[in-house]
Write a protein that binds this ligand. Structure first.
Ligand code: NAD
Ligand code: TDX
Length: 332
């Protein structure tokens, strides 16, 4: 049985990863998470204590990271400051967690000769024109736009340098926009669903023509498990499920599924430097590792996500008011 150290495992994608990995492998898991505003013990309730434990601490804590990395077979690094809008208001925690935290982990896996998988984003590639026939591939040059995506790009480059210079046994994955249960209500889809539950009109940035490439969080995580199992050391894999939709269309779908007129939303201030379009070509992952997404129908994945937020108000209610107050200050 292998032991995994999962950083950021109390966040959205990390907590879903922990549940999937416990169900589909025989690994034991330790989560290292500093429980920032985006991390919740409540996202990890009911897991088998014989195979799972949570350690509260930062990936920037040199001693703690050293000790935990030494005690596990492999590291899966999800921990990050993850929200673009926050990075525009205050980039400083992004520099610390995304760059310094990744550096600490890389030095520890180098010291103890452990396997490392780095979770990253398609945003490192910048954005595409709406009519560009090409999508992002592993060969697309890095061109990040926001403080968030610049720190993620920097962390990916650190991983590549540690592989080449020190022979660290690492892989990287860059995934498109995730949706599903346990996502913070600051993010686009859960914000609109919980707004509608509260009788608030959904908020669309600018004209809403920006395109995101949606993937269910379990499809992201099944790809990560597959890369851990069979990915080639030193390689990068793009993860995507061919789910391109513009934001306006997504808001209309949410309104429709929640029984409201499809034009009952507000246009609000646009995001500074707002990336126009992301789109992933995941051919390498599919051809090399035989991975395929299981959630092929965005409509039904979205309906299930709406049902989850309706049924789990106790999980999101404590964060809702503060999140909306923050947006109100900047006219969003
Ligand atoms: P999230 O904000 O929901 O969760 C981040 C978690 O990291 C939280 O539990 C938080 O407490 C923890 N954390 C933050 N700083 C920490 C620190 N210094 N030490 C330890 N823990 C810390 O984020 P998410 O959406 O689950 O994203 C997880 C990863 O996936 C990130 O690396 C992100 O860049 C990447 N990613 C996200 C998406 C997406 O659509 N959300 C898409 C592609 C890649
Ligand atoms: O209220 C909103 N209205 C709106 O129109 C919010 C919160 C967002 N938007 C727009 C901005 C984006 O075009 O919706 C789109 C999605 O926004 P976010 O949920 O903030 O995601 P995005 O900025 O695309 O980044 C996400 O995907 C890539 C994750 O937050 C990142 O962590 C990941 O790297």
């Amino acid at each position: 049985m292998s032991s995994l150290l999962v950083t950021g495992g109390a966040g959205f994608i990390g907590s879903n990863f922990v549940r999937l990995a416990l169900a589909e492998t025989d690994s034991s898991i330790t989560v290292l998470d500093s429980l920032t505003y985006a991390g919740f013990e409540a996202s990890l309730v009911g897991l088998d204590p014989a195979r799972f434990k949570l350690v509260r601490g930062s990936v920037c804590d040199h001693e703690l990271v050293n000790e935990l990395v030494a005690a596990h077979d492999a590291v899966v690094h999800f921990a990050a400051e993850s929200h673009n809008d926050n990075s525009l208001n205050d980039p400083s925690p992004f520099i610390q967690t995304n760059l310094v935290g990744t550096y600490e982990l890389l030095e520890a896996v180098r010291r103890h000769e452990k396997r490392y998988h780095h979770i990253s984003t398609d945003e490192v590639y910048g954005d595409l024109e709406l009519d560009d026939p090409d999508r992002f591939t592993e060969a697309t040059p890095y061109n990040p736009s926001s403080p968030y995506s610049a720190t993620k790009a920097g962390s990916d480059l650190l991983v590549r340098a540690w592989v080449r210079s020190f022979g660290v046994q690492a892989t990287i994955s860059n995934c498109s926009n995730n949706y599903g249960p346990f996502q913070h209500v600051e993010k686009f889809i859960p914000r609109q669903i919980t707004n509608l539950v509260d009788g608030i009109r959904p908020k669309l940035y600018g004209a809403g023509l920006n395109v995101r490439d949606w993937i269910h969080v379990d499809d992201h995580n099944s790809a990560v498990l597959r890369i851990l199992e069979a990915g080639r050391i030193g390689e990068t894999y793009l993860i995507g499920a061919d789910g391109e939709l513009d934001n306006k269309r997504v808001i209309e779908m949410i309104l429709e599924l929640m029984g409201q007129p499809t034009d009952a939303y507000d246009h609000v201030n646009d995001r500074a430097g707002h990336d126009l379009r992301y789109a992933i070509d995941s051919t390498k992952l599919r051809d090399e590792l035989g991975w395929l997404p299981r959630y092929r129908n965005f409509d039904s994945g979205l309906a299930a996500t709406i049902a989850w937020y309706r049924e789990n108000e106790a999980w999101w209610r404590p964060m809702k008011q503060a999140t909306e107050a923050k947006y109100a200050k900047v006219g969003q």
